[in-house]
Write a protein that binds this ligand. Structure first.
Ligand SMILES: Nc1ncnc2c1ncn2[C@@H]1O[C@H](COP(=O)(O)OP(=O)(O)OP(=O)(O)O)[C@@H](O)[C@H]1O
Ligand code: SF4
Ligand SMILES: [Mg+2]
Length: 308
């Protein structure tokens, strides 16, 4: 059986009276790429922040986030610091300020490599610039790089400590299609050359379909479907996933208008009774508004809906 590097099970995140994550559950096998997808506000970044132990100060988390069988949620700050960076690294969604504008790229990566205990940080920085395809960028300042090259520099910095798991949160959404594909290709090639597993977070079904081995779909703070990417994309079992796929293909209604997913997802401040998708779901029945659906399974593929 393939080893699970990370298992998230029943993860809840609370911030005051808000509940941005209500039950996030999925796992990542060693050496694989997992996509975490869903519309804006469904809880993707909060889930990732809990995994790397960087939730907002006023947040609390319950459940299991087991990295190599140790629950990160039970760790103290010292144990977390040992894992953060050297085991799990994250490229954040708002990475704008991540590169210091007044230092050359090479020096910044060298500094991070030194902090992470590399004896020959200069050599490591050079190797990382080469591995990320920006050998010549070491002497440049961040403003002298294109968006794609800046992302490559961020990747170089994120993997400088040789982590086992890289979390990439919406890191290509500001890039054009061609550059996005180049960055995704780079990440996938680094999985092999650097021995990385990856959790990449995206709104995009197309990206998940092209670059992940497995996919977890979130709605209203819940994981609602999870499985091998090929199975989930070819035979979605949760109505939300089905609609995400059909709208991404720009399907039309019988009257010629574009298909959309009606309404909006429940906010983190709302109390959810029953299925989180009930008020948007074309197949909803009375019971959907009062009972939270449990998991249904077909091999590795699972979903939370009364149907199927
Ligand atoms: N610091 C915060 N305090 C309170 N609520 C927050 C905070 N950050 C996010 N939220 C709320 O938590 C919910 C989930 O947010 P999260 O950032 O995880 O969504 P997301 O799926 O990453 O969305 P996006 O695709 O837009 O990045 C949202 O309803 C959001 O408003
Ligand atoms: S449980 Fe009901 S509301 Fe939820 S997805 Fe299934 S049919 Fe739709
Ligand atoms: Mg986010």
């Amino acid at each position: 059986m393939e080893e699970s590097l990370l298992t998230v099970s029943g993860l809840k995140v609370r911030i005051g009276s808000r509940e941005p994550v209500r039950d996030s559950s999925f796992s990542i096998k060693s050496g694989s790429a997992k996509a975490l997808i869903g519309e804006s506000g469904c809880g993707k970044t909060m889930t990732a922040s809990a995994i790397i132990g960087l939730l907002p100060e006023n947040a609390s988390a319950d459940g299991i986030v087991a990295y190599r069988n140790r629950n990160i949620l039970n760790m103290d700050e010292r144990q977390l610091s040992a894992i953060r960076g050297s085991e799990i690294s994250m490229i954040c969604q708002s990475a704008d300020g991540a590169l210091n504008p007044v230092y050359r790229i090479g020096k910044q990566i060298e500094r991070i490599a030194r902090i992470n205990g590399n004896d020959d940080a200069a050599e490591r920085a050079e190797a990382l610039l080469k591995a990320t395809g920006i050998t010549g960028a070491g002497r440049k300042y961040p403003h002298q790089l294109s968006g794609g090259m800046q992302q490559r520099a961020l990747i170089a910095a994120a993997i400088s400590s040789s982590p086992s798991l890289l979390i990439a949160d919406e890191m290509t959404s500001a890039l054009d299609r061609k550059t996005e594909a180049e960055i995704m290709d780079l990440l996938v090639s680094l999985m092999t050359t650097q021995g990385l597993s990856m959790l990449f977070i995206s709104h995009s079904i197309a990206l998940a379909s092209a670059y992940s081995d497995s996919v977890a779909v979130m709605h209203g703070g819940f994981t609602v479907e999870d499985g091998d990417t090929a199975d989930v994309i070819s035979s979605p079992r949760h109505p939300y996933t089905e609609l995400l796929i059909r709208t991404s293909r720009l399907e039309r209604n019988p009257d010629g208008t574009f298909l959309t997913i009606k309404g909006s997802m429940p906010g983190s401040w709302e109390k959810i009774e029953g299925c989180s998708f009930a008020r948007r779901c074309p197949y909803a029945e009375k019971i959907c508004f009062s009972e939270t659906p449990g998991w249904k399974y077909d091999g590795n593929h699972r979903w939370r809906c009364i149907h199927g």
